[in-house]
Design a protein around this ligand. Sequence first.
Ligand SMILES: NC(=O)c1ccc[n+]([C@@H]2O[C@H](COP(=O)([O-])OP(=O)(O)OC[C@H]3O[C@@H](n4cnc5c(N)ncnc54)[C@H](OP(=O)(O)O)[C@@H]3O)[C@@H](O)[C@H]2O)c1
Length: 345
Amino acid sequence: MSTEQKKDSTKLRWGILGAARVNERLLPAIIEAPNSELVAIASRRAGAAKATLDKYAPCHGEVACYDDLIALIQDKNVQAIYCPMANEEHAEWALKAINAGKHVLIEKPMALKVEDIQAIEAAAIKNNVKVMEGFMYRFHPQHARVKEIVESGLIGDVLSARASYSFLMRQARMYRINRNMANGGGAMWDIGPYAIHSLRWCFAKGGAPAEPISAIAHAKLNEAGADIVTSGVLDFGPDAEGRARLGHFDISFERSRKSEYEIIGTKGWVKCHAAWVFQNDVPVISWALEDGKYAEERFAPSNHFVLEIQHFSECVLNDTPTYLTFGDAKNNCKAMEMVIKAIKQ
Ligand SMILES: NC(=O)c1ccc[n+]([C@@H]2O[C@H](COP(=O)([O-])OP(=O)(O)OC[C@H]3O[C@@H](n4cnc5c(N)ncnc54)[C@H](OP(=O)(O)O)[C@@H]3O)[C@@H](O)[C@H]2O)c1
Protein backbone atom coordinates (compact mmCIF):
# COMPACT_ATOMS: atom_id res chain seq x y z
CA MET A 1 0.00 0.00 0.00
CA SER A 2 1.39 3.46 -0.90
CA THR A 3 1.73 6.26 1.67
CA GLU A 4 -1.05 8.12 -0.13
CA GLN A 5 -3.44 5.15 0.30
CA LYS A 6 -2.68 4.92 4.02
CA LYS A 7 -3.85 8.47 4.68
CA ASP A 8 -7.16 8.91 6.47
CA SER A 9 -9.59 10.23 3.84
CA THR A 10 -12.13 11.20 6.53
CA LYS A 11 -9.82 13.92 7.83
CA LEU A 12 -8.72 17.07 6.05
CA ARG A 13 -4.97 17.65 6.43
CA TRP A 14 -4.27 21.24 7.53
CA GLY A 15 -1.20 23.47 7.49
CA ILE A 16 -0.92 26.79 9.34
CA LEU A 17 0.72 29.69 7.53
CA GLY A 18 2.30 31.93 10.17
CA ALA A 19 3.10 31.67 13.87
CA ALA A 20 0.43 34.21 14.79
CA ARG A 21 -0.96 34.77 18.26
CA VAL A 22 -4.45 33.67 17.20
CA ASN A 23 -3.04 30.13 16.84
CA GLU A 24 -3.62 29.96 20.56
CA ARG A 25 -7.26 29.28 19.58
CA LEU A 26 -7.07 27.84 16.08
CA LEU A 27 -4.24 25.37 16.45
CA PRO A 28 -5.96 23.38 19.23
CA ALA A 29 -9.22 23.70 17.26
CA ILE A 30 -7.68 22.00 14.21
CA ILE A 31 -6.45 19.19 16.46
CA GLU A 32 -9.83 18.87 18.21
CA ALA A 33 -12.09 18.93 15.13
CA PRO A 34 -12.95 15.28 14.43
CA ASN A 35 -12.64 15.57 10.64
CA SER A 36 -9.36 17.51 10.66
CA GLU A 37 -5.70 16.83 11.22
CA LEU A 38 -2.83 19.27 11.75
CA VAL A 39 0.12 18.20 9.60
CA ALA A 40 2.28 21.34 9.23
CA ILE A 41 2.99 24.84 10.52
CA ALA A 42 5.32 27.50 9.12
CA SER A 43 6.78 30.86 10.10
CA ARG A 44 9.30 33.25 8.55
CA ARG A 45 10.97 33.55 11.95
CA ALA A 46 13.43 30.76 12.67
CA GLY A 47 12.13 28.38 15.34
CA ALA A 48 8.78 30.20 15.75
CA ALA A 49 6.70 27.47 14.09
CA LYS A 50 8.13 24.76 16.35
CA ALA A 51 7.79 27.01 19.42
CA THR A 52 4.12 27.68 18.57
CA LEU A 53 3.41 23.98 18.14
CA ASP A 54 5.16 23.16 21.44
CA LYS A 55 3.24 25.90 23.23
CA TYR A 56 -0.29 25.14 22.03
CA ALA A 57 -0.02 21.42 21.35
CA PRO A 58 2.79 19.92 23.42
CA CYS A 59 3.34 16.24 22.69
CA HIS A 60 1.47 16.46 19.43
CA GLY A 61 2.62 13.82 16.93
CA GLU A 62 3.90 14.25 13.42
CA VAL A 63 3.60 17.89 12.46
CA ALA A 64 6.13 19.34 10.00
CA CYS A 65 7.59 22.64 11.23
CA TYR A 66 8.96 24.97 8.53
CA ASP A 67 10.94 28.20 8.82
CA ASP A 68 9.74 29.03 5.33
CA LEU A 69 6.15 29.76 4.26
CA ILE A 70 6.61 28.55 0.67
CA ALA A 71 7.82 25.16 1.91
CA LEU A 72 4.49 24.65 3.66
CA ILE A 73 2.51 25.78 0.63
CA GLN A 74 4.44 23.25 -1.49
CA ASP A 75 4.06 20.42 1.03
CA LYS A 76 2.01 17.78 -0.82
CA ASN A 77 0.71 16.40 2.45
CA VAL A 78 -1.09 19.68 3.18
CA GLN A 79 -4.60 19.92 1.69
CA ALA A 80 -5.94 23.03 3.42
CA ILE A 81 -4.21 26.10 4.77
CA TYR A 82 -5.28 28.34 7.65
CA CYS A 83 -3.97 31.86 6.95
CA PRO A 84 -3.68 33.98 10.12
CA MET A 85 -1.14 36.43 8.78
CA ALA A 86 -1.27 40.22 9.25
CA ASN A 87 -4.36 41.72 7.57
CA GLU A 88 -2.45 43.35 4.71
CA GLU A 89 -0.73 40.02 3.90
CA HIS A 90 -3.88 37.90 3.54
CA ALA A 91 -4.48 38.46 -0.17
CA GLU A 92 -0.88 37.86 -1.30
CA TRP A 93 -0.41 34.62 0.69
CA ALA A 94 -3.90 33.28 0.11
CA LEU A 95 -3.31 33.63 -3.64
CA LYS A 96 -0.01 31.76 -3.39
CA ALA A 97 -1.70 28.95 -1.48
CA ILE A 98 -4.71 28.77 -3.82
CA ASN A 99 -2.48 28.73 -6.90
CA ALA A 100 -0.66 25.77 -5.36
CA GLY A 101 -4.03 23.97 -5.23
CA LYS A 102 -4.71 24.38 -1.50
CA HIS A 103 -8.07 25.13 0.11
CA VAL A 104 -7.74 28.21 2.31
CA LEU A 105 -9.45 29.51 5.43
CA ILE A 106 -8.43 33.18 5.58
CA GLU A 107 -8.71 35.09 8.84
CA LYS A 108 -10.97 38.12 8.81
CA PRO A 109 -10.72 40.47 6.95
CA MET A 110 -10.25 38.33 3.84
CA ALA A 111 -8.47 41.29 2.22
CA LEU A 112 -8.34 45.07 2.42
CA LYS A 113 -9.76 45.71 -1.05
CA VAL A 114 -12.75 44.30 -2.92
CA GLU A 115 -10.51 43.84 -6.01
CA ASP A 116 -8.24 41.57 -3.97
CA ILE A 117 -11.20 39.42 -2.92
CA GLN A 118 -12.29 39.24 -6.57
CA ALA A 119 -8.79 38.01 -7.47
CA ILE A 120 -8.93 35.40 -4.68
CA GLU A 121 -12.35 34.26 -5.90
CA ALA A 122 -11.17 33.96 -9.50
CA ALA A 123 -8.13 31.93 -8.40
CA ALA A 124 -10.31 29.68 -6.23
CA ILE A 125 -12.63 28.95 -9.17
CA LYS A 126 -9.68 28.33 -11.50
CA ASN A 127 -8.00 25.93 -9.06
CA ASN A 128 -11.27 24.36 -7.92
CA VAL A 129 -10.58 24.95 -4.21
CA LYS A 130 -12.70 26.16 -1.28
CA VAL A 131 -11.94 29.49 0.34
CA MET A 132 -13.73 31.10 3.29
CA GLU A 133 -13.30 34.20 5.44
CA GLY A 134 -12.72 33.21 9.07
CA PHE A 135 -15.59 34.77 11.01
CA MET A 136 -15.56 32.08 13.69
CA TYR A 137 -18.23 33.74 15.85
CA ARG A 138 -20.98 32.88 13.41
CA PHE A 139 -20.50 29.16 14.02
CA HIS A 140 -21.73 29.46 17.61
CA PRO A 141 -25.34 28.24 17.93
CA GLN A 142 -26.41 31.38 19.82
CA HIS A 143 -26.56 33.37 16.56
CA ALA A 144 -28.87 30.89 14.86
CA ARG A 145 -31.19 31.26 17.87
CA VAL A 146 -31.08 35.08 17.60
CA LYS A 147 -32.03 34.77 13.94
CA GLU A 148 -34.80 32.32 14.75
CA ILE A 149 -36.28 34.83 17.22
CA VAL A 150 -36.11 37.66 14.67
CA GLU A 151 -37.54 35.57 11.85
CA SER A 152 -40.40 34.33 14.04
CA GLY A 153 -41.63 37.94 14.14
CA LEU A 154 -41.39 38.08 17.96
CA ILE A 155 -39.66 41.48 18.03
CA GLY A 156 -41.54 42.86 15.01
CA ASP A 157 -39.90 44.64 12.09
CA VAL A 158 -36.18 45.27 12.55
CA LEU A 159 -35.47 49.00 12.46
CA SER A 160 -32.27 49.43 14.45
CA ALA A 161 -29.20 47.47 15.49
CA ARG A 162 -26.16 48.20 17.62
CA ALA A 163 -22.81 46.41 17.61
CA SER A 164 -20.14 47.07 20.20
CA TYR A 165 -16.71 45.40 20.13
CA SER A 166 -13.74 46.42 22.26
CA PHE A 167 -10.79 45.31 24.34
CA LEU A 168 -7.89 47.00 26.05
CA MET A 169 -4.95 46.77 23.64
CA ARG A 170 -1.72 46.34 25.57
CA GLN A 171 1.26 48.47 24.50
CA ALA A 172 3.32 45.32 23.86
CA ARG A 173 0.76 44.19 21.27
CA MET A 174 0.49 47.54 19.49
CA TYR A 175 2.94 46.39 16.78
CA ARG A 176 0.07 44.36 15.32
CA ILE A 177 -2.06 47.36 14.45
CA ASN A 178 0.30 50.35 14.57
CA ARG A 179 0.19 51.49 10.98
CA ASN A 180 -2.01 53.56 8.73
CA MET A 181 -5.54 52.27 8.10
CA ALA A 182 -4.78 52.17 4.37
CA ASN A 183 -2.19 49.49 5.21
CA GLY A 184 -4.49 47.36 7.36
CA GLY A 185 -3.69 49.06 10.67
CA GLY A 186 -6.01 50.15 13.47
CA ALA A 187 -9.09 48.90 15.25
CA MET A 188 -11.32 49.15 12.20
CA TRP A 189 -9.43 46.40 10.35
CA ASP A 190 -8.91 44.36 13.52
CA ILE A 191 -12.27 44.32 15.33
CA GLY A 192 -14.26 46.50 12.92
CA PRO A 193 -14.95 43.55 10.58
CA TYR A 194 -16.97 41.89 13.39
CA ALA A 195 -19.06 45.02 13.98
CA ILE A 196 -19.84 45.51 10.30
CA HIS A 197 -20.46 41.80 9.75
CA SER A 198 -22.88 41.62 12.70
CA LEU A 199 -24.80 44.73 11.64
CA ARG A 200 -25.23 43.49 8.05
CA TRP A 201 -26.55 40.26 9.52
CA CYS A 202 -28.89 41.99 12.00
CA PHE A 203 -30.83 43.45 9.07
CA ALA A 204 -30.59 40.29 6.95
CA LYS A 205 -33.74 38.70 5.58
CA GLY A 206 -34.06 35.08 4.49
CA GLY A 207 -30.36 34.38 5.00
CA ALA A 208 -29.01 37.12 2.73
CA PRO A 209 -27.20 39.89 4.65
CA ALA A 210 -28.43 43.46 4.15
CA GLU A 211 -26.07 46.04 2.68
CA PRO A 212 -25.65 49.65 3.83
CA ILE A 213 -26.21 52.47 1.35
CA SER A 214 -24.16 55.07 3.23
CA ALA A 215 -22.13 55.59 6.39
CA ILE A 216 -20.96 58.25 8.79
CA ALA A 217 -18.08 57.62 11.18
CA HIS A 218 -15.83 59.32 13.67
CA ALA A 219 -12.45 58.00 14.79
CA LYS A 220 -9.56 58.74 17.09
CA LEU A 221 -6.30 58.05 15.26
CA ASN A 222 -2.86 57.63 16.81
CA GLU A 223 0.40 59.08 15.46
CA ALA A 224 0.83 56.11 13.09
CA GLY A 225 -2.55 56.76 11.47
CA ALA A 226 -4.18 53.74 13.12
CA ASP A 227 -7.67 54.24 14.55
CA ILE A 228 -7.85 53.37 18.25
CA VAL A 229 -11.56 54.14 18.55
CA THR A 230 -14.15 54.35 15.78
CA SER A 231 -17.87 54.88 16.06
CA GLY A 232 -20.45 55.38 13.36
CA VAL A 233 -23.76 54.69 11.73
CA LEU A 234 -24.58 52.58 8.69
CA ASP A 235 -27.75 53.48 6.83
CA PHE A 236 -29.48 50.36 5.50
CA GLY A 237 -32.12 52.42 3.71
CA PRO A 238 -35.83 52.68 4.55
CA ASP A 239 -38.03 49.61 4.94
CA ALA A 240 -41.16 49.05 2.80
CA GLU A 241 -43.09 51.46 5.02
CA GLY A 242 -40.49 54.21 4.77
CA ARG A 243 -39.13 53.73 8.30
CA ALA A 244 -35.40 54.33 8.82
CA ARG A 245 -33.13 51.30 9.30
CA LEU A 246 -29.89 52.35 10.98
CA GLY A 247 -27.01 50.25 12.32
CA HIS A 248 -24.84 51.83 15.05
CA PHE A 249 -21.37 50.54 15.80
CA ASP A 250 -18.58 51.39 18.18
CA ILE A 251 -15.22 49.72 18.46
CA SER A 252 -12.36 50.57 20.77
CA PHE A 253 -8.93 49.46 21.98
CA GLU A 254 -9.25 51.70 25.06
CA ARG A 255 -12.06 49.90 26.88
CA SER A 256 -12.76 46.62 28.61
CA ARG A 257 -13.68 43.57 26.57
CA LYS A 258 -17.08 43.64 24.93
CA SER A 259 -18.48 41.80 21.93
CA GLU A 260 -22.20 42.34 21.80
CA TYR A 261 -24.91 43.18 19.32
CA GLU A 262 -28.54 44.06 19.75
CA ILE A 263 -31.45 44.06 17.30
CA ILE A 264 -34.35 46.41 17.96
CA GLY A 265 -37.70 45.89 16.31
CA THR A 266 -41.18 47.42 16.46
CA LYS A 267 -42.33 45.03 19.23
CA GLY A 268 -39.16 44.35 21.22
CA TRP A 269 -35.45 43.61 21.08
CA VAL A 270 -33.00 40.72 21.20
CA LYS A 271 -29.37 40.88 22.30
CA CYS A 272 -26.29 38.66 22.02
CA HIS A 273 -24.09 39.47 25.01
CA ALA A 274 -20.78 37.84 24.08
CA ALA A 275 -20.13 37.08 20.42
CA TRP A 276 -16.44 36.29 21.06
CA VAL A 277 -17.33 33.89 23.91
CA PHE A 278 -14.06 34.18 25.80
CA GLN A 279 -13.06 31.74 28.52
CA ASN A 280 -15.18 33.26 31.29
CA ASP A 281 -18.06 34.38 29.09
CA VAL A 282 -21.35 32.58 29.43
CA PRO A 283 -23.03 32.41 26.05
CA VAL A 284 -26.35 34.10 26.74
CA ILE A 285 -28.87 35.95 24.67
CA SER A 286 -31.75 37.99 26.06
CA TRP A 287 -34.91 39.43 24.63
CA ALA A 288 -37.73 41.66 25.78
CA LEU A 289 -41.12 42.65 24.42
CA GLU A 290 -43.31 45.74 24.68
CA ASP A 291 -45.68 43.92 27.06
CA GLY A 292 -42.89 43.53 29.64
CA LYS A 293 -42.00 39.92 28.85
CA TYR A 294 -38.26 39.34 29.32
CA ALA A 295 -36.19 36.19 28.84
CA GLU A 296 -32.59 35.05 29.01
CA GLU A 297 -31.43 31.97 27.15
CA ARG A 298 -28.15 30.28 28.08
CA PHE A 299 -26.21 27.91 25.87
CA ALA A 300 -24.18 24.86 26.69
CA PRO A 301 -20.46 25.45 26.14
CA SER A 302 -19.38 25.04 22.53
CA ASN A 303 -16.18 26.12 20.84
CA HIS A 304 -16.86 28.17 17.71
CA PHE A 305 -13.27 27.78 16.51
CA VAL A 306 -13.70 24.00 16.43
CA LEU A 307 -17.09 24.36 14.74
CA GLU A 308 -15.60 26.67 12.10
CA ILE A 309 -12.75 24.25 11.31
CA GLN A 310 -15.12 21.29 11.30
CA HIS A 311 -17.44 23.10 8.87
CA PHE A 312 -14.65 24.05 6.47
CA SER A 313 -13.26 20.51 6.51
CA GLU A 314 -16.73 19.14 5.83
CA CYS A 315 -17.14 21.47 2.84
CA VAL A 316 -13.84 20.32 1.35
CA LEU A 317 -14.31 16.62 2.08
CA ASN A 318 -17.91 16.56 0.75
CA ASP A 319 -17.51 19.28 -1.88
CA THR A 320 -20.33 21.37 -0.44
CA PRO A 321 -20.60 25.19 -0.36
CA THR A 322 -19.15 27.10 2.58
CA TYR A 323 -21.56 28.88 4.94
CA LEU A 324 -19.68 32.18 4.51
CA THR A 325 -19.45 33.11 0.85
CA PHE A 326 -17.32 35.30 -1.39
CA GLY A 327 -20.37 37.55 -1.84
CA ASP A 328 -20.47 38.09 1.91
CA ALA A 329 -16.71 38.79 2.06
CA LYS A 330 -16.90 41.31 -0.79
CA ASN A 331 -19.90 43.10 0.70
CA ASN A 332 -18.31 43.26 4.13
CA CYS A 333 -15.19 44.74 2.54
CA LYS A 334 -17.33 47.28 0.61
CA ALA A 335 -19.03 48.36 3.84
CA MET A 336 -15.62 48.57 5.59
CA GLU A 337 -14.31 50.77 2.78
CA MET A 338 -17.43 52.95 3.06
CA VAL A 339 -16.86 53.48 6.78
CA ILE A 340 -13.13 54.17 6.45
CA LYS A 341 -13.82 56.71 3.70
CA ALA A 342 -16.42 58.40 5.91
CA ILE A 343 -14.10 58.80 8.89
CA LYS A 344 -13.53 62.44 9.70
CA GLN A 345 -9.78 62.63 10.40
N1 LIG B 1 -10.74 34.91 14.74
C1 LIG B 1 -10.22 35.44 15.81
O1 LIG B 1 -10.68 35.24 16.94
C2 LIG B 1 -9.02 36.33 15.68
C3 LIG B 1 -8.39 36.80 16.83
C4 LIG B 1 -7.25 37.57 16.67
C5 LIG B 1 -6.78 37.88 15.41
N2 LIG B 1 -7.45 37.43 14.31
C6 LIG B 1 -6.95 37.69 12.95
O2 LIG B 1 -5.86 36.79 12.78
C7 LIG B 1 -4.80 37.40 12.05
C8 LIG B 1 -3.55 37.36 12.89
O3 LIG B 1 -3.76 38.12 14.08
P1 LIG B 1 -2.74 37.96 15.31
O4 LIG B 1 -3.11 38.95 16.32
O5 LIG B 1 -2.67 36.55 15.73
O6 LIG B 1 -1.41 38.43 14.59
P2 LIG B 1 0.12 38.34 14.98
O7 LIG B 1 0.35 37.59 16.23
O8 LIG B 1 0.65 39.73 14.90
O9 LIG B 1 0.69 37.51 13.75
C9 LIG B 1 0.53 37.93 12.40
C10 LIG B 1 1.75 37.49 11.60
O10 LIG B 1 2.86 38.25 12.06
C11 LIG B 1 3.96 37.41 12.29
N3 LIG B 1 4.33 37.56 13.71
C12 LIG B 1 3.75 37.00 14.80
N4 LIG B 1 4.38 37.37 15.93
C13 LIG B 1 5.37 38.19 15.55
C14 LIG B 1 6.39 38.89 16.24
N5 LIG B 1 6.49 38.79 17.57
N6 LIG B 1 7.25 39.63 15.52
C15 LIG B 1 7.16 39.70 14.20
N7 LIG B 1 6.22 39.05 13.47
C16 LIG B 1 5.34 38.31 14.12
C17 LIG B 1 3.54 35.98 11.96
O11 LIG B 1 4.12 35.55 10.73
P3 LIG B 1 5.49 34.72 10.77
O12 LIG B 1 5.28 33.64 11.76
O13 LIG B 1 5.68 34.24 9.38
O14 LIG B 1 6.54 35.70 11.19
C18 LIG B 1 2.05 36.03 11.85
O15 LIG B 1 1.53 35.22 10.85
C19 LIG B 1 -5.29 38.79 11.70
O16 LIG B 1 -5.83 38.79 10.43
C20 LIG B 1 -6.38 39.08 12.72
O17 LIG B 1 -7.37 39.97 12.20
C21 LIG B 1 -8.55 36.65 14.44
